[in-house]
Design a protein around this ligand. Sequence first.
Ligand SMILES: Nc1nc2c(ncn2[C@@H]2O[C@H](COP(=O)(O)OP(=O)(O)OP(=O)(O)O)[C@@H](O)[C@H]2O)c(=O)[nH]1
Ligand SMILES: [Mg+2]
Length: 575
Amino acid sequence: MAAGPRVLNVNVGVLGHIDSGKTALARALSTTSSTAAFDRAPQSRARGITLDLGFSCLRTALPPQLGPGPGELQFTLVDCPGHASLIRTIIGGAQIIDLMMLVIDVTKGMQTQSAECLVIGQIACQKMVVVLNKIDLLPEGKRQSAIEKMTKKMQKTLENTKFCGCPIVAVAAKPGGPEAPESENPLGVSELIEVLKSQAYLPSRDPSGHFLMAVDHCFSIKGQGTVMTGTILSGSVSLGDSVEIPALKVTKKVKSMQMFHTPVTYAMQGDRVGICVTQFDPKLLERGLICTPESLHTIHAAIISLKKIQYFRGALQTKAKFHITVGHETVMGRVMFFSPAPADFNEEVQEDAFDFEKDYLYQEVYLSKDSNSSENKENDQAGEVQLPKQQWALLEFEKPVTCPKLCLVIGSKLDTDIHANTCRLAFHGVLLQGMEDKNYTETFLPKLKVYKLKHKEGQVERVMDDYSVIGRSLFKKETNIQLFVGLKVKLSTGEDGIIDGGFGQSGKFKIRIPDGLKPETKTLLTAASKKKSKAGKGDTTKEDESSKNDSVQPVTISLLFKRYVFDTQKKMIQS
Ligand SMILES: Nc1nc2c(ncn2[C@@H]2O[C@H](COP(=O)(O)OP(=O)(O)OP(=O)(O)O)[C@@H](O)[C@H]2O)c(=O)[nH]1
Ligand SMILES: [Mg+2]
């Protein structure tokens, strides 16, 4: 444990639209800065935008709700980039955040990426504070009323989110903008610190389980070794432990550790640490994960439980490609959606495991209120479309990803025009099962019992005898009817039948009716045949045409079966 007084760490994310003043705010809030803070990277300085997560910290006395006893509260500020193309970095950053600050340029209000940050916050964060920045740009006489107006607007925006009623604070992080002298004091920042303190809570930290840390910075110190700084996502680490860098498949021993410039021998979930190892070239790792040896898996495909993000416009289509953030990596992947089988539609949600024993129903599109306008209306008595409590997707990645079990997954369309005013985040979920085998399509997928329901319709052509009829229009001419022999069919008049075999060359077939045809059915079919032959009298081509005309035959045949999507033998199954 760290020597000295007790220090509680709370990670505060600084998120918002580009140029809203996040970095300026983090700077104004900070009393101590860590190694990776404040746009240190030379490329980022040159462009004047934040390219990567920046870390800095702010220490205050423990607020009463976190007492009793002496100690300090450390806010680790995670300054996220606002630039749209960097959203994947933000998603990584959001996963270590306890409290989110959403920075809004008070002169602009909600902007596209503010909305995306709000979505990410809803998925990954518990609590939020809204910061209205740049109030110095409001004319002094109208400042108060403009702030009140924007505060009301924000309250309205948050009404339907989990952050409804969260604090909204007005500040000027850098009054006067970039040209203003450093001596110019920020406005409202001490009030903001009080609000942050009042919102601070002790996040539940758990030292058990595998050690996993998101490294955001890596550098060498002469005579010491290589230091990797980052946030511990799970488990704990002690001096002398072995840690693996899975991306490079190397294992190193922890030689020394520091938490904000103080040497420590132990650190756990939620802590920000620098871990020093020897004989490791820092150029090999800029950001990534380190962990207990062999605790992460590298997967080619995955089954996730997921939900659509309501602000995403358009349907989620099976076979579509998305940018998929799995834990801390983002890759392209293809999706296939599936839902519970109808019998399990109301089953309770299972967020930590996937049941391979059950059957699942293939879906062309993720089922949502807006995705199915017509087909599902039938089972919708109350005027509401019935939706299952849980849906899943199979993800197939273009490149393998390394991630922990049960990690957060976010699907997005990052190639959407960033100037288009739409949410690019499409779905979020939890990874339930990863597939490590490269040949998962052969070794793994056949275990996944997702089926499609197939429905084929044909007509009864004529009666053969009391116990058999000839059918047509159910199969194509080239279909091998032998595959269908023995399958059950139903006539529209109510009789059950069994496909007995082909009949002739044109895809016609014989159906056996074990219980016999009803007299009414026979009458119906005979009358229809007569009518047909009358219409076609002396003119065979005409008869051929009329036999193709569905309306002439009153009795239809329906064949229903299911087929498992990954069954290599493509078996047809009937209950
Ligand atoms: N007038 C005024 N300008 C500000 C204030 N805060 C920040 N700025 C200016 O706004 C610009 C953007 O500030 P940054 O802090 O870099 O914004 P950011 O949100 O970190 O930007 P990205 O990281 O690139 O998304 C800079 O020119 C700042 O000087 C403020 O309170 N008042
Ligand atoms: Mg910035």
